[in-house]
Design a protein around this ligand. Structure first.
Ligand code: SF4
Length: 127
């Protein structure tokens, strides 16, 4: 049991480190954003790992994915989604930028009690 708890906490920690590191690289790219291939290279992680992180950041509304052709290949550019108003998200509280907020609440498809994004954010705040 203790090992499972340690493993879960470690997994949350590594996910958070990956997400915050990836978000920082995207923020540093400025308003023009960064191509997926460049991001993968800078993060020095497998593309599949970066794609998972990107999906999470995108679902949280922290970045946007813009489809683009590069050297004849379809790819996308990642752009930080919150240049002016990062301060009002209460240190990344996902509800402030949640694309699912219209479907969140009692008798809705999701709610704060089961929301993985919110519960993950709360856990990080409590640690
Ligand atoms: S609790 Fe609801 S509004 Fe907040 S992040 Fe989760 S789905 Fe979005």
């Amino acid at each position: 049991m203790a090992f499972e708890r340690f493993f879960i906490q470690r997994t949350f920690f590594l996910d958070d480190v990956m997400e915050s590191g990836t978000l920082q690289v995207i923020k540093d790219a400025g308003k023009q954003g960064i191509l997926l291939a460049e991001l993968v290279k800078k993060m020095n992680e497998p593309e599949s790992t970066i794609l998972e992180v990107i999906d999470s950041l995108n679902k949280n509304g922290q970045i946007k994915k813009v489809a683009e052709k590069h050297d004849g290949e379809s790819t996308f550019r990642l752009i930080w989604n919150d240049f002016e108003s990062e301060w009002d998200t209460r240190e990344g509280l996902p509800c402030f930028v949640c694309p699912d907020i219209d479907q969140c609440g009692a008798a809705q498809p999701t709610n704060p009690w089961v929301c993985e994004k919110l519960n993950k954010w709360i856990k990080v705040q409590l640690d």
